[in-house]
Write a protein that binds this ligand. Structure first.
Ligand code: F0G
Length: 353
């Protein structure tokens, strides 16, 4: 059976009517992959929801297809967003497909190369500012209030509606909610969306609820420390956010689910990033790996019990940020002459051939 994208597949759960345009890049239906090696090593049942396999390589496609469809339904012909990169890629792609204008405001020098390449290729109008995501969000909020341009950041409720579908997919594969859902937290839209999705599915199908465990980067951990970070900093540029718009909802999700918003350091994020790729063959961008780093941290502290069934959300594809991969890897290409004998001699040190 072919997959027709979120608006068709989840029509009954989404704010869709006969006027809603039929927009899709076949987003959603991403794999839930069991991590056999890390599960055995850590004594848990670990799965990853690999959102990097969405059409623009991140979970943002789920929310964007809904937000752009509703913008068009309401007669808008232009969208705007602030972004650390993935939102701008998704917005630009769906705007291109829907043939409307797309304006993105990004923090200068703090966008991963793959994401910038996407915005350029999809034809967005790109404004780069000497400021961070929080500054950019304030600017686009003001612009959208005063001009006929639809704001498509996750403060747009249709974004949350689209993104909640990932929770449905997890429950459908596992047959029930996992014990724990771990995910990175930036602007806190996604944790809000997942919690809404789990609750809606549970009300309809009695599928249970997970503990929501969200992880901020230590240098941008506003919710954990209950204060705005004026100058957020982290290698995980996707979550380099110091004043999350959905702060209140993230706190609610953690409290209602008996979970927690916690923080992980850049060193912990990078370790998890390399571990996941080298032990499981799964390449996710650094911010995504805050979820894996967080699980590891809370296993060590005893906050997560051995034997738990855990889903970690890998929000974006590793190919989005090739620079961090190459710069932080201990593996380098070996430069040898184009001579078979020398290559074989070199390899004989490591393998028998
Ligand atoms: N992971 C990735 C890869 C992201 O791009 C983001 C957010 C998050 C996690 C955090 O999700 O904001 O819903 O808590 N990226 C936004 C952007 C801010 O502009 O692409 P959140």
């Amino acid at each position: 059976m072919s997959w027709n994208g979120l608006l068709k597949e989840y029509r009954d759960y989404l704010p869709i009517n006969d006027e809603t345009p039929d927009l899709s890049l076949h987003e959603g239906n991403t794999p839930l992959i069991k991590c056999n090696n890390l599960s055995a090593e850590w004594g848990i049942d670990l799965y990853v929801k690999y959102e990097g396999l969405n059409p623009t390589g991140s979970f943002k496609d789920r929310g964007m297809v809904m937000a752009v469809a509703k913008a068009i339904e309401e007669g808008s012909d232009a969208i705007i967003c602030a972004s650390t990169g993935n939102t701008s890629a998704a917005a630009a792609a769906y705007a291109a497909r829907a043939n409307i204008r797309c304006i993105v405001v990004i923090p200068e020098g703090k966008i991963a190369m793959g994401k910038l390449a996407q915005a350029v290729m999809y034809g967005a109008e790109i404004i780069s500012i000497e400021g961070n995501f929080d500054n950019a969000l304030q600017i686009v909020r003001n612009i959208s209030e005063n001009a006929p341009i639809t704001l498509v950041n996750s403060v747009n409720p249709y974004r949350i509606e689209g993104q909640k579908t990932a929770a449905f997919e997890i429950v459908d594969v596992l047959g029930a909610a996992p014990d724990i859902l771990a995910l990175p937290v930036g602007n806190a839209g996604n944790i809000t969306a997942y919690w809404k999705g789990f609750k809606e599915y549970n009300e309809k199908k009695q599928t249970g609820l997970p503990e929501m465990r969200g992880f901020e980067a230590e240098g941008a951990a506003a919710i954990v420390h209950n204060r705005v970070f004026e100058e957020p900093e982290t290698i995980a540029t996707a979550i380099r956010i110091g004043n999350p718009a959905s702060w209140k909802f993230a706190v609610e999700a953690a409290q209602e689910s008996n979970g927690k918003i916690d923080e992980v350091s850049d060193a912990e994020i990078l370790e998890a990033y390399h571990l996941l790729a080298s032990k499981e063959g799964i390449f996710a961008e650094p911010a995504s790996c805050a979820s894996i780093a967080g699980i590891r941290k809370q296993l060590a502290s005893g906050e997560i019990k051995r034997g738990s069934k855990i889903v970690a959300v890998l929000t974006g594809n590793g190919l989005k940020d090739p620079n961090v991969a190459v710069e932080t890897s201990s593996i380098k290409a070996e430069l040898l002459p184009m001579d078979e004998k020398i290559i074989i001699e070199h390899l004989q040190g490591a393998v028998k051939i």
